[in-house]
Write a protein that binds this ligand. Structure first.
Ligand SMILES: NC(=O)c1ccc[n+]([C@@H]2O[C@H](COP(=O)([O-])OP(=O)(O)OC[C@H]3O[C@@H](n4cnc5c(N)ncnc54)[C@H](O)[C@@H]3O)[C@@H](O)[C@H]2O)c1
Length: 363
């Protein structure tokens, strides 16, 4: 086998590989042979991804001696519900799935979250493999073992920490990715540079235009680098309790608020791009970072075609209220990842509200 790189994710409780390359979906059966499994697997996917890749993956696994069942779930967030979870459990019971059967998550972050939740809970945990097909899922959602589903009262309210046996990142899946979704995923790529790796950030700035080409080596390298950085962070703070993993939330306090305020008409990554700019600006307003850091962050994001400003007509009070409800918030205080510089970030659990209001209103 050639043409791929392996990143080892090592935590206190688990160790597993993340394979990154192009065309490496063909190695999936070989990689799966590396762990104990009963050669029975359910490929969980949705209509869109199934129509593009379902048959190919089914055939690939069946021709290697796997008994394969494709389980189709609704597209996007619609699949992350208890109703869908129950329906898939039912199918697995009917298929007589045992503890050594395997769930293969074939799709974006929503399919990945649903599949991880199901794999973690069916028979108290069965094998599972992540095959992410969106940029966001390849650089973020498929790595690190977090899986959550939504409740009617909110997103990602019920979840688990449960790692896959392996993650297979085939960059070629992105060739069919919707352009807006792809650009939105680039916001998370930039995020890694901003929060923890100045050199990588500079690489992204220098290769900005090539990153927009899904066939480029620069994109493959950037994805690999993100997988390495995420694996490093997760390795140091598997259960998100030490404030280290929390830095991955940079841009997300403002971002989630803007995303919810927009009634999810903004893509997640677009909202995060806006959040990254505002959280940089708040860092500067608090004299933690130089104003030039704000310009640097905003300019790379706008160069990638991402938004950098909150729409003018927002109600600041409502937006700040949404920020207070963020998962990182304790005791109603605004928590946010702030910057000292490019590549240097930290979690602040009590950001002065008046500064947040001033920046949101006045910038
Ligand atoms: N568990 C985590 O650590 C984590 C981290 C970040 C985000 N998430 C979750 O990820 C989800 C968002 O993920 P997403 O942005 O990948 O969205 P998504 O999974 O909804 O996918 C976006 C769209 O792209 C389509 N699609 C997927 N792959 C495709 C391909 N190769 N070609 C064409 N179309 C394709 C999907 O069908 C969907 O319509 C959210 O639910 C979020 O909560 C989880």
């Amino acid at each position: 086998m050639s043409g791929f790189r392996e990143v080892l994710l090592k935590t206190e409780t688990r160790e597993y590989p993340i394979y990154v390359g192009r065309g490496i979906i063909n190695y999936l059966p070989k990689f799966m042979d590396g762990f104990k499994n009963s050669r029975k697997c359910a490929v969980i996917t949705n209509k869109v991804v199934n129509s593009l890749y379902g048959e190919f993956v089914e055939e690939l696994l069946s021709s290697s001696g796997y008994v394969v069942h494709v389980v189709e779930v609704p597209d996007g967030e619609e699949c992350k519900t208890l109703r869908v979870v129950e329906r898939v459990y039912d199918e697995l019971v009917d298929l007589r799935f045992d503890r050594y059967s395997t769930v293969v998550a074939l799709g974006g972050g929503s399919v990945g979250d649903l599949s991880g939740f199901i794999a973690a809970t069916y028979m108290r945990g069965i094998n599972y493999v992540q095959v992410p097909t969106t940029l966001l899922a390849q650089v973020d959602a498929s790595i690190g073992g977090k899986a959550a589903i939504n409740l009617p009262k909110g997103k990602n309210l019920v979840g688990v920490f449960y790692h896959p046996q392996l993650v297979l990142v085939d960059v070629d899946f992105l060739k069919t990715h919707d352009v807006r979704d792809f650009r939105s995923g680039l916001a998370e790529v930039v995020k890694y540079g901003v929060i923890m790796d100045r050199e990588f950030f500079n690489y992204l700035v220098e290769n900005r235009s090539k990153l927009l080409d899904v066939s480029s080596d620069e994109l493959t390298y950037a994805i690999l680098k993100c997988c390495q950085l995420k694996a490093m962070v997760v390795g140091e703070d598997e259960f998100d309790r030490k404030g280290i993993r929390a830095i991955l939330n940079y841009g997300h306090t403002v971002g989630h608020a803007v995303e919810a305020y927009s009634n999810f008409t903004l893509r997640h990554g677009e909202a995060v791009a806006i959040g990254m700019c505002y959280e940089a600006k708040i860092s500067a307003a608090l004299k933690l970072a130089e104003e030039s850091v704000v310009d640097t962050v905003c300019s790379v994001l706008s160069g990638l075609g991402l938004p950098t400003h909150i729409p003018v007509d927002v109600n600041t009070t409502k937006l700040v209220e949404l920020m207070r409800r963020d998962k990182k918030s304790v005791g109603g205080k605004i928590a946010m990842v702030l910057l000292r510089d490019i590549g240097n970030s930290f979690l602040v659990s009590d950001v002065p509200e008046e500064v947040v209001v001033e920046v949101v209103r006045g910038w």
